[in-house]
Design a protein around this ligand. Structure first.
Ligand code: AMP
Ligand code: MG
Length: 300
């Protein structure tokens, strides 16, 4: 116990960021995409900041359930009583990166009534008639909610870049538009937690192969996934540019190696927990006279 505490104190980064229990370094720090971050050199089967292994990692996620739930309920209560704050978890990643698993295993730890989950697919004809942020802006979480974007406005600089869906000048402008859009969301009370789940080329093949092998997974398989896979290097470049241009101080990117599902889930649970903890959420004061209500109730 004392030794573990000492080890954690030693691992504490000099900037004072909180080192989460069981971690060697603060997940928010060690996973953050800072200037000069190089995606190509990321080992996608690594577990940055965590040396505990799978069983310990899974146990830690389970341990977070109560706190996540409690904080989510406080946020929801705040939203119900005039608060303006919310949290938005943006999940990006190639096919099979595990976005759905994060939603099930991490976001699923809290009351679904307080979660606004949205997935973004190929834009509809109506959506295409609008600015690319139109469909996203209307899905920003309302006060009190944890919004989850399974894919997002970032598709408009990822698939759009790789498949050249727009003119280069239009694409180039989008990065700044996204930064302004997110800064505005943050200014109006939404904490934006951006997570890029990064699988390796080999692991993606294994996961797609499993989808083909198992009849219960055929529904998840999309023949177009193989077409995207054929454009792997271009996608990696597009992700690198995205990280370079949109990992801001107000809405930084976190890059999570995703070949080990248990690690990705642990990492995202820590990032979400950190965002909620930073809100320093209390419970709203009663909008009525509690003693008076007790008396009234007693009289019935
Ligand atoms: P899935 O998440 O597996 O349901 O796949 C959704 C598909 O929609 C992916 O192939 C995305 O690349 C695609 N998609 C999402 N947003 C956009 C967008 N803005 N423009 C073009 N394709 C998109
Ligand atoms: Mg898919």
């Amino acid at each position: 116990m004392a030794a573990a505490k000492k080890a954690r104190a030693k691992a504490r980064p000099t900037n004072g960021a909180r080192v989460a229990a069981g971690w060697d370094a603060a997940p928010t720090e060690v996973l953050r995409a800072r200037d000069g971050f190089d995606l190509a050199s990321l080992d996608r089967s690594s577990t940055p900041g965590f040396s505990g292994g799978k069983a310990a990692g899974r146990a830690l996620v389970a341990q977070h359930a109560d706190e996540l739930s409690d904080l989510q309920e406080r946020l929801f209560a705040e939203g119900r009583t005039g608060g303006s704050r919310s949290v938005l978890l943006v999940l990006q990643g190639m096919d099979t990166a595990g976005k759905g698993g994060i939603v099930r295993h991490v976001v699923g730890l809290v009351d679904p009534q307080g979660v606004a989950h949205r997935s973004f697919g190929v834009p509809t004809a109506q959506e295409l008639r609008h600015h690319f942020l139109w469909r996203v802006r209307r899905e920003l979480p309302r006060p009190g909610y944890i919004g989850v974007f399974d894919r997002s406005h970032y598709e408009d600089v990822l698939v759009a870049r790789v498949r050249e869906l727009v003119e280069p000048a239009v694409l180039d402008r989008r990065y700044d538009e996204i930064n302004r859009f997110e800064a505005k969301a943050v200014a109006s009370g939404t904490t934006v937690v951006k997570v890029a789940l990064v699988v390796s080329y080999e692991e993606q093949r294994a996961r797609l192969a499993e989808r083909l092998e198992r009849p219960d997974k055929h529904w998840k398989y999309d023949p177009s996934d193989v077409d995207s896979r054929a454009l792997w290097p271009a996608y990696q470049d597009a992700y690198q540019v995205m990280l370079d241009r949109t990992s801001t101080d107000t809405a930084p990117w976190h890059v999570v190696p995703a070949d080990r599902k248990w690690f990705a889930r642990l990492a995202v649970s820590e990032l979400l927990l950190d965002a909620l903890r930073r809100l320093d959420l209390g419970w709203p004061a009663a909008g009525f006279d509690v003693e008076e209500e007790k008396r009234r109730l007693a009289a019935t």
